[in-house]
Design a protein around this ligand. Structure first.
Ligand SMILES: Nc1nc2c(ncn2[C@@H]2O[C@H](COP(=O)(O)OP(=O)(O)OP(=O)(O)O)[C@@H](O)[C@H]2O)c(=O)[nH]1
Ligand SMILES: [Mg+2]
Length: 431
């Protein structure tokens, strides 16, 4: 029964959830904000929030996450409100989870923020790679928790007491642990294979030397909508958290004629589970391999400054902090003139856009084009007429400054990106 990772929230029928947070002085996110976000996550997964509660403490209680009195109060709350599930806003240790399960009682599920996010990811993953990445994260999450799950099952079967069948559970536990470990190994192997295919594609003829832009940002900031706007693409965008899990890359032709690529990818969130960051390594490579990152920000969210911090932190974690970045304040259509002014003053290097109306997108493309051109070298080349493909490469991927057709061939003055210099240097004219 533990062979497949659990899907804690039933997707057929909406469930009733009680949310629990702890208020830590050091935390950048106020507990109300974090719980409001947890309620949105629960909603996306199919649960309605029927109650929330928080406790102020310096660090989580090792046994029960909240204090023991609070735990009892939560159990009572769950019963009074007919809750199906109690969701904790931070990751629970396996023993905290089983202790809480015991306190809350057997009819109510206990889960943490990580399990909830994993549940949403499982719901939204579409491609084989995306599904495998989610499975990997689920199994990594499940592995240390198998013990607690078996203990819980055993105690439930015994009507609350730990009894003779606990031993049976233990031996079954070993079998299950081996199975989960084997599954993790096989998923990793398959992912490594897909990763190799992807990197061959990335280094392929077309992509080498092309200027690559990645969209990164908090979930629901409008990354997919912006990709759709900029590239006239049709990527799924929706007002729900983690609508996108699989990366999509589109071509964008700059006004000067040069082509670049833009990739949309999975959104970030505060307290993003590390198992997910690790499992999504290959998807996140769209960001770490980019020449430039557009950090898309939902300017209409009251919490956007905290969200920016959370995204900056994750970009640092995945090793993307040195990649040139433009902050893009999206949804400017929802702001007042005064709010837009405040953003312009506070973030003088940022661009304000609306993926919905297209406002500001031209300026954004101008900034991207300037960045793409910054690394270029101006070259004078003479390309014989027999090498028409080199001329068309110049048109597609470089900025042409002048073009002349002579007896010997096409003479170009062209701005060439660093990665494409080898393609043009054989034709360089000394002058
Ligand atoms: N008013 C307004 N709404 C926008 C704008 N851009 C995006 N939205 C809405 O914001 C919601 C989220 O947009 P998405 O493009 O799905 O956001 P995302 O960043 O791709 O989100 P995830 O894939 O979940 O990480 C959708 O309902 C969009 O219609 C905008 O410029 N103005
Ligand atoms: Mg998206």
């Amino acid at each position: 029964m533990t062979n497949e990772p659990m899907h804690p929230i039933s997707h057929q029928q909406r469930e009733r959830a009680v949310l629990v947070g702890i208020e830590q002085a050091a935390s950048a996110y106020p507990v109300e904000t974090s719980l409001a976000e947890l309620a949105r996550l629960a909603d996306t997964a199919g649960a309605d929030t029927v109650g929330t509660t928080a406790q102020r403490m310096t660090s989580p209680h090792p046994k029960t996450f909240v204090g023991s009195g609070k735990a009892a109060q939560i159990a009572e709350m769950a019963e009074t409100l007919h809750a199906d599930v109690v969701i904790f806003d931070d990751e629970l240790t396996p023993s905290q989870q089983s202790n809480l399960e015991r306190i809350v009682g057997r009819d109510v599920k206990v889960m943490d923020r990580t399990a909830l996010i994993l549940d949403i990811f499982a719901l939204h993953a579409k491609t084989r790679e995306g599904r495998l990445q989610v499975k990997l994260a689920q199994n990594e999450y499940l592995y240390p928790r198998l013990r607690g799950m078996w203990a819980h099952l055993a105690s439930n079967r015994m009507g609350g007491g730990v009894g003779s069948r606990f031993g049976e559970g233990e031996s079954q536990l070993e079998v299950d642990r081996r199975m989960v470990r084997k599954r993790i190994t096989s998923i990793k192997r398959e992912l490594a294979h897909l990763e190799r295919i992807r990197s061959v594609q990335r280094e392929g003829r077309y992509e080498s030397g092309i200027f690559k832009v990645a969209l990164a940002g908090y979930t629901n900031a409008g990354k997919s909508s912006l990709l759709n706007r900029l590239c006239a693409a049709e990527v799924y965008a929706d007002d729900k958290l983690f609508a996108t899990l699989d990366s999509t890359t589109r071509r964008l032709v700059l006004p000067e004629g040069r082509e670049i690529t833009i990739s949309d990818t999975v959104g970030f969130i505060q307290k993003l589970p590390t198992t997910l960051v690790e499992a999504f390594k290959s998807t996140l490579e769209e960001i770490t391999h980019a020449d430039m990152i557009l950090h898309v920000i939902d300017a209409s969210s009251e919490d956007h400054l905290m969200q920016v911090e959370a995204v900056d932190e994750i970009l640092g974690q995945i090793g993307a902090e040195t990649i040139p970045r433009i902050e893009v304040f999206n949804k400017s259509d929802l702001l007042s003139a005064q709010q837009r002014e405040v953003i312009a003053l506070r973030h003088p290097h940022a661009v304000q856009v609306s993926a919905a109306t297209g406002i500001g997108c031209e300026a954004l493309i101008g900034r991207v084009a300037a960045a793409a051109a910054a690394a270029d070298t101006v070259m004078q080349v003479l390309i014989p007429y027999t090498r028409g493909e080199v001329v068309s490469l110049a048109h597609k991927r470089c900025r042409i400054l002048s073009e002349e057709h002579t007896v010997e061939g096409t003479v170009l003055e062209v701005r060439v990106p660093a990665g494409l210099m080898p393609a043009f240097s054989p034709y360089e004219r000394a002058n």
